[in-house]
Design a protein around this ligand. Structure first.
Ligand code: ZN
Length: 238
């Protein structure tokens, strides 16, 4: 089962569940923990929470675009996006928590108020892909579930719904294939058929639970997986 085969209401529900999962990790974190490192290079947890908040605001711009037909990109530029996050990270802990809650509520409001006819309207993502605006459910799910782990205070891939894990794996492998990366790499999820990234001879194999293999493929470390062959980490995905 792939995320995008689900009904829209189920997809939005998975995004909301992921948001609640992120919100719980954030609630567990004392204010002093926000200045500590996230699992993402160079970002404190404050950067990460600001990013997740601004991501919701950026997705609202895509929903506005779909609703009005007036092109409003997620971000003006990569520089503007980075600057916004850097400035957001300097806010007080209370303001950062507020930013997160406020943008979550706005995104939910935009989803609830989008007219039925607008859900197939095409918009452009920050990566430059043209997609129906319903894709915002997946983009947001991916963000909140994975970044909940990146907070580094107890979030686990093993807590993700199976459909989210399976769709992440399909997306990551698809991205590697499009970029011509991951040659010779085979992924072996316990109990499932192995997946060769390309048709060249196998040079390494990563085996383990679905959660472990997805975690590894997403560049979040080799925990609960066995890597046979060159252990050079996964190719870049996003
Ligand atoms: Zn992100």
């Amino acid at each position: 089962m792939a995320f995008n085969d689900l009904d829209l209401s189920e997809r939005l529900d998975l995004a909301r569940r992921g948001t609640a999962y992120f919100a719980q990790r954030l609630a567990d974190l004392p204010d002093g923990g926000l200045s500590g490192p996230s699992l993402l290079d160079g970002w404190t947890r404050a950067h990460l929470v600001a990013h997740v908040g601004y991501n919701a605001a950026a997705l609202c711009r895509l929903l506005d675009w779909a609703a009005t037909g007036v092109e409003t990109p997620m971000y003006e530029s990569a520089e503007q996006r980075a600057q916004e996050i850097a400035e957001g990270a300097t806010l007080s802990p209370a303001a950062i928590r507020n930013l997160f809650e406020h943008t979550v509520a706005r995104l939910d409001g935009s989803w609830r108020s989008l007219p039925d006819a607008a859900w197939n309207a095409e918009v452009r993502t920050a990566q430059g892909r043209t997609v129906p605006v319903s894709e915002t459910a997946w983009i947001r799910s991916r963000e909140v579930w994975i970044h909940a782990v990146d907070l580094g205070n107890g979030g686990r891939f093993g807590d993700f719904p199976t459909v989210v894990l399976e769709s992440l794996l399909a997306e990551i492998v698809g991205m590697w294939r499009r970029k011509g990366e991951g040659g010779g790499l085979v992924l072996q999820v316990d109990g499932a058929a192995s997946v060769a990234v390309d048709e060249t001879a196998e040079t390494r194999r990563v085996s383990g639970s679905l959660a472990g293999v997805v975690r590894w493929a997403a560049g979040r470390g080799a925990v609960g997986v066995t890597v046979a062959g060159a252990d050079e980490g996964p190719p870049r995905w996003l």
